[in-house]
Design a protein around this ligand. Structure first.
Ligand code: HEC
Ligand code: HEC
Length: 366
């Protein structure tokens, strides 16, 4: 297990200085992102959140304070399983009606409903269990829309993944080890035709849409975490979220959940980046870093329906940036920010805009 908390601060500080002031929103040029890269970005966010949840919540709290994860988490005062966490978040993403969806499946499912539902899914699962280094992809139609599909391997990132499946009476396979491919994640989204042929090079996704997808996953995971884990278990007085979660064997704050995931992604996927910022930050490092961010925060606080967008150059690389409002979705957000000694604002109400999530997507591909 690694601790990313401290480096997160230094890295976000560095970003303050690397990012030149972005051009105004109307200067955004028409550029596109390939379907493969889009799928990689979506997958890297799902995967980072899944790793943080499995390592920093499920495995750590099980071994330090005996707080288990289990199927009947709703009735018991315990944690949702990683698969249930992913499922709940993927439902939230689907409700957004962006057209993007994802789900978890396996050739050896504990729950028969999680088996492959088509020949393509079956082929994808077989392929990624043999060559987990790259996703299995195809282009297909769904209700008349051309969709890009990618199956990524789902790996036993902690030993608790393997142990729980091996011991489960309904598991058809009992010899998983840490690091094994246990199943796959199928991601699907609509693509736009940009060329004259029919291969994946003839299709693309606009950066606004890519940022929407990345944000949708981040937001869903953080909301499930804030609501089904933090708010629920705090209300039942089982465990609390605290800033010094590592030392205190407590839950990460929702902001820390997101920051740790963004740190993991910076390590794994150079380019894609996201930060949590606010006009009223508890942590001064989370303030607006430039004109674009402060204008964006003001705009989304007044008009939280669409993100504030722009383009920026870092060195000789171009980035598309979008700032999405970050809402106080549960009473836990409001209660903690209002009562925090370092918070410059103490009158947040439920569903107020507390700050924003900045998503940066690289535009030039090497
Ligand atoms: C405490 C037990 C437990 C732990 C820990 C656990 N799982 Fe599962 N997992 C389950 C159960 C039970 C299901 C079926 C959930 C459902 O009803 O859809 C499941 C579902 C899945 C599925 C979908 C296919 C299936 O078996 O139904 C995959 C893939 C999967 N888990 C992988 C993992 C990975 C990877 C990890 C670690 C990150 C993990 N699991 C951790 C119990 C566990
Ligand atoms: C138990 C306390 C607690 C809860 C619950 C909580 N926060 Fe925070 N939040 C913090 C702290 C502390 C920070 C500063 C973290 C850091 O050091 O970067 C923070 C950071 C933030 C930031 C970045 C700006 C800043 O204030 O530093 C935003 C935006 C934010 N939280 C929104 C939310 C939302 C939305 C929720 C509910 C989904 C939420 N918070 C729940 C304590 C909390």
């Amino acid at each position: 297990m690694r601790k990313f908390q401290a480096i997160t601060l230094t890295l976000s500080l560095n970003l303050f200085f690397i990012f030149a002031p972005p051009l105004p929103a109307n200067a955004v040029e028409r550029s596109y992102i390939s379907p493969e890269t889009t799928a990689d970005y979506i997958h890297s966010v799902i995967e980072a959140d899944r790793t943080i949840y499995s390592e920093f919540i499920v495995e750590r709290l099980n071994s330090t304070v005996n707080l288990p994860a289990g199927e009947n988490w709703q009735e018991k005062d315990i944690l949702p399983l990683p698969a249930q966490f992913l499922l709940a978040a993927s439902r939230l993403v689907q409700e957004n009606r962006l057209g993007m969806s994802y789900h978890l499946m396996s050739l050896w499912p504990v729950n028969p409903e999680n088996g492959p539902k088509s020949d393509k899914e079956k082929a994808g699962l077989t392929e990624v269990s043999q060559t987990p280094g790259k996703p299995f992809t195809w282009i297909g139609k769904s209700n008349g829309t051309t969709m890009f599909n990618a199956v990524y391997p789902d790996i036993a990132v902690t030993k608790s993944c393997a142990e729980c499946h091996n011991a489960h009476p309904k598991s058809p396979r009992n010899d998983f080890k840490k690091g094994d491919v246990m199943g796959g994640i199928h991601i699907a989204f609509p693509i736009e035709k940009t060329g004259s042929g029919s291969g994946s090079l003839d299709y693309a996704v606009s950066p606004e849409v890519v940022a929407d997808y990345v944000h949708a996953v981040l937001d869903a995971d953080r909301n499930i975490y804030a609501d089904k884990v933090v708010h629920r278990l705090q209300k039942k007085k089982v465990i609390y979220a605290t800033e010094n979660w590592w030392e205190e064997n407590s839950l990460l704050l929702p902001a820390q959940f997101l920051l740790n995931a963004s740190e993991l992604i910076r390590h794994r996927k150079p380019g894609l980046d996201f930060r949590l910022i606010s006009l009223w930050p508890i942590n001064p490092h989370n303030g607006a870093a430039n004109e674009f961010e402060s204008t964006g925060l003001k705009e989304v606080a007044e008009q939280p329906l669409r993100p504030y967008i722009g383009q920026t150059k870092v060195g000789n690389k171009n980035f598309f940036q979008a700032i999405y409002p970050d809402l106080a979705v549960t009473p836990a957000c409001v209660g903690c920010h209002n009562s925090h000694a370092k918070s410059p604002k103490h009158d947040f109400k439920l569903f107020d805009v507390i700050g924003g999530i900045v998503v940066s997507v690289p535009l030039d591909q090497d």
